[in-house]
Design a protein around this ligand. Structure first.
Ligand code: CQM
Ligand code: MG
Length: 353
């Protein structure tokens, strides 16, 4: 194993220096499109101003005989589109597929200067990241790139979840991680055929009523993904990278999508995937702190002075720890508002109330 001192050295002569901190850019939704699908590709320029991240998907959901067309489509779209502040990501094919090598060779060489993040599916351990890390460094050097392309891992195998910490810390190139609930369910032999979200059979039931069995007993649906998201969030926070909920496949059920996204937001995720344009606004709403929460957090920070001690605000105790919670909310709100004038207005209005 290399010395800790070498962690931030480029892995190829001429490759850009790795980043010391993951740059925080809004990524409330990673919007997936198939670059080989002409109808979807045509929508990319109009989606660019609305989405935080646009991701050209080359892996699952792209038919095997359309892989090359999707890759070529992404090169074409990236060259032709002005993405403004919106990030461009790609999801390459899995490392054991016949396409992954050409995905990286083509994309870094042709559009590496426009590509912010490469999402790698089915990552199982640090070795998968090390392979991509070195290859990207070689390709960046060859292409003369001046900033590194970052890497995002999908957590979608039981082995990947077991190794989540080593994946998170495998390279300074690691930007973040997403839950891949469909492949993960299959890998774990879970008995759900849904893409993310709950399941009516996964529940707890109220105790029997002592007055008699005939009275109905309430049931409460539980979150199948709570354990995995919580593990992922901890691993990401420990290594300074960003956690994301993945896809919610029931496109028509916008209410349940919003609920699942909000659970992830409250647990620490910074964003989720959107598979259909209708999910972009849901993610934008959910992953932006509520104006009232931001106004409250500012009030606590103001009242706490140097951030130590204990005070009472509106009947609630505040101390050194709660002020840190409030800083989390305000820092996120400010980072988002800096690029979203509507949000900035909503936060300013809530402040005055
Ligand atoms: C679900 C589908 C088939 C419904 O597509 P549709 O055409 O039936 O829907 P629609 O409501 O009729 O579409 C309306 C319009 O929006 C367009 N449209 C529709 N979607 C998009 C989009 N994403 N981006 C841009 N445009 C889009 C569509 O082309 C159409 O255009 P039109 O008005 O000109 O006719 C379609 O939305 C789609 O293919 N979405 C992406 C699916 C995808 O990327 N799946 C892979 C990610 S999830 C995953 O991999 C799992 C994971 C992590 O690996 C693991 O858990 O293991
Ligand atoms: Mg998958």
């Amino acid at each position: 194993m290399r010395s800790a001192k070498d962690f931030f050295r480029p892995l190829a002569v001429g490759a850009p220096d790795p980043v010391r901190e993951v740059p925080f850019r809004p990524s409330r939704m990673i919007h997936f499109f198939d670059p080989g699908n002409e109808k979807m590709a045509a929508k990319v320029p109009s989606l660019a101003p609305k989405a935080d991240v646009l991701l050209g998907n080359l892996e699952d959901a792209v038919q095997a005989d359309r892989k090359e067309a999707a890759r070529a489509g992404l090169v074409r779209i990236a060259k032709a589109t002005d993405f403004g502040e919106t990030q461009l990501w790609t999801r390459i094919n899995s490392l054991d597929s016949p396409w992954a090598l050409d995905d990286l060779l083509t994309l870094v060489t042709e559009i590496g200067h426009k590509l912010d993040v490469v999402m790698v599916p089915k990552v199982e351990d640090a070795a998968d990241i090390h392979y991509v890390d070195r290859l990207l460094a070689q390709l960046e050097a060859k292409a003369g790139l001046t900033r590194p392309v970052l890497v995002h891992a999908i957590l979608e195998t039981a082995t990947g979840v077991a190794n989540v910490e080593e994946i998170a810390g495998a390279s300074p190139r690691m930007q973040g991680m997403s839950l891949g609930p469909a492949d993960l369910a299959a890998s774990r032999r879970m008995k759900t055929t849904r893409v993310g979200g709950g399941h009516p059979g996964y529940l707890v039931r109220q105790d029997p009523n002592p007055e008699g069995d005939e009275l109905p007993r309430a049931t409460y649906q539980q979150d199948l993904w709570h354990y995995t998201i919580a593990r992922m969030v901890d691993a990401c926070a420990a290594y300074g990278i960003l956690p994301y909920y993945g896809p919610f496949g029931d496109i028509r059920d916008t209410t349940a999508c919003e609920d699942q996204f909000r659970n992830a937001f409250l647990l620490g995720c910074v964003g989720a995937w959107s598979l259909h344009p209708v999910q972009i606004d849901i993610a934008k709403r959910v992953f932006s702190p509520e104006p009232a929460d931001v106004a409250w957090a500012r009030k606590v920070i103001d009242a706490m002075g140097d951030g130590t001690g204990a005070v009472m605000i509106d009947g609630k105790m505040q101390d050194d720890a709660t002020v840190k919670q409030c800083h989390v909310v305000v820092e996120l709100a400010e980072a988002l508002a800096a690029r979203d004038p509507e949000l900035a207005k909503a936060y300013a209005a809530a402040e005055k109330e």
